[in-house]
Design a protein around this ligand. Structure first.
Ligand SMILES: [Zn+2]
Length: 501
């Protein structure tokens, strides 16, 4: 959209900017729905409470607050809700949170602009692009003259309304996502430029018939690093306000799957379209490099057993950051069957965690754990061992890590040292394995371990690369299996490379 004139409050006033976040990555293949409770168990802050929770976080909400400060804007915290990636959001959760968001937005009084953090792959029972629906309702409340600068996770599946409603859409550009705060600051800078009249954003969106394998989405290396270099080259042109490339999310079956490219140019819609098309072609031409094959469980176990030092085995089928249940036992059982020792795995099993935590340190246990969410992530494994440590599950990550979370809560947690020389962490809230503090806070030094089963693919690498002599991403079964060919989609667009050739 491109507007020649825009009415604002008088220029001598400091501009009042609403700060809103409502974020969820919804795996439509997961068997457990996401409820309001999942948001409340993770992050749910209304009004000023948003500030202490997020201002120091390496997250775009922290970036919004910092950027408002830097660019002379007055931040008005409205609401922030975030839940760990999981199944489709229930209508009840979606409608109640959006209603609360809109009420809080109304109560904030007249705003000059809105900095809005959505994920881009939220699916509710009624809306395949729940984020597009949220945008539409927010726009209806604010009216056409209040600019919205939207930040999205690069795993967003951008729908037409998600691109059309905000003046500018800014996506993360690193995976693991360690640039979230910087993107939030970018959003505030762009908002300042819009409100001062320095730029008149014209945004173009190009959707590619392409899926990028999750392993190849790692931005620390080619091919993705090359794509983001090209993005920066385009963005360096003086008329360009912002460029985003979103690889998208393959675990939300929706008509909006696929890679998105967005280019925003100052005052020139045609130029925005031209640049977006050219960048889209550049990405699509590299499609053969954007696929991957992974070792099977047996191959990965063999490789891990033959490697010196700490090996991180990425459990791609139970990727918590993609909506996995966090209780798959498949890799752990395979390593145990191969006689591995020095293995560490975190399993989300609230009942077992509670039993061990209640027993306390030194309690001897004989207990089946894990694989209780559904039938797709192995069978429960029986632990024989001793409870070594118990915790309330709180830990803090000070460094920039994927997801930008600072204060983590994995619920009551117990560490079991098994008789066969392995370590099992039983927690009661699903937490993405994006911080080494998850283990360190429990008295476990990851660099002492032989094999760490990490329930993620690329996101954990910002933390686990620090201790891994080798990282092996494993083709494990599950609701987040690495390749799109493992899923039956009902709603996806056709064609999509590589599924349709
Ligand atoms: Zn993401």
């Amino acid at each position: 959209m491109c507007e020649e004139t825009r009415q604002h409050n008088s220029d001598q006033n400091i501009k009042r900017i609403g700060i809103v976040g409502f974020m969820h990555e919804s795996n439509t293949f997961a068997t457990t729905k996401t409820t309001r409770r999942h948001f409340e168990d993770a992050f749910f802050h209304v009004g000023e409470a948003l500030v202490p929770a997020w201002e120091d976080a390496h997250h775009e909400l922290g970036g919004f607050l910092e950027g408002c400060n830097t660019y002379g804007l007055e931040a008005h915290p409205v609401l922030a809700a975030w839940a760990t990636p999981g199944g489709t959001v229930t209508d009840e959760a979606y409608e109640s949170i959006v209603a609360e968001l809109l009420d809080a937005l109304k109560a904030a009084g007249p705003l000059d602009g809105l900095l809005l953090a959505l994920h881009g792959a939220m699916v509710s029972e009624s809306f395949d692009d729940a984020d597009g629906e949220t945008l539409e309702r927010v726009r209806a409340l604010l009216g056409p003259d209040v600019p919205i600068v939207l930040s999205l996770d690069m795993h967003g599946n951008v729908s037409p309304r998600m691109a059309a409603i905000p003046e500018v859409l800014v996506a993360y550009r690193s995976y693991p996502h360690v640039d979230q705060r910087a993107r939030g600051v970018d959003c505030a800078r762009i908002m300042g430029d819009i409100l001062s009249g320095a730029v008149k954003p014209c945004q173009a969106h190009v959707k590619l018939p392409l899926l990028i394998h999750i392993v190849q989405q790692y931005t620390g290396d080619a091919p993705m690093a090359d794509l983001y270099k090209e993005l920066e080259r385009i963005e360096a042109q003086p008329e360009v306000v912002s460029v985003s490339l979103l690889p998208g999310y393959i675990y939300a079956d929706s008509p909006f799957m696929g890679v998105s490219v967005l280019v925003t140019v100052d005052g020139d819609e045609a130029r925005a379209g031209e640049l977006a098309t050219a960048f889209g072609d550049y990405v699509y031409d590299r499609r053969n490099d954007l696929n991957a094959g992974l070792p099977s469980v047996d191959e990965a176990v063999q490789e891990a057993m033959a490697t010196e030092g700490t090996v991180c085995l990425m459990d791609s089928g139970d990727n918590i950051g993609g909506g996995g249940p966090g209780d798959s036992t498949i890799l752990f059982a395979a390593l145990r069957a191969a006689g591995a020792t020095g293995v560490c795995v975190v399993l989300c099993d609230p009942a077992a965690a509670r039993m061990c935590a209640d027993g306390g340190v030194g309690t001897r246990i004989f207990l089946p754990v894990g694989a209780k969410t559904d039938k797709e992530h192995g069978e429960p494994v029986t632990l024989s061992g001793v409870v070594q440590h118990v915790s309330d599950g709180h830990f803090v990550e000070e460094h920039p890590r994927h997801g930008g979370t600072r204060d983590y809560d994995q619920g009551y947690t117990a560490v079991v040292r098994t008789d066969d020389g392995n370590t099992v962490v039983l927690n009661s809230l699903r937490v993405m394995p994006t911080s080494l503090e998850q283990l360190l806070s429990l008295g476990i030094d990851p660099s002492d371990l032989e094999h760490i089963i990490v329930k993620g693919v690329t996101a954990p690498r910002a933390a686990y690369d620090l201790v891994a002599a080798r990282t092996i991403c494993v083709d494990t079964p599950g609701v987040t299996r690495a390749g799109p060919d493992a899923f039956v989609y009902a709603k996806r667009p056709v064609p999509l490379f590589p599924l349709d050739g």
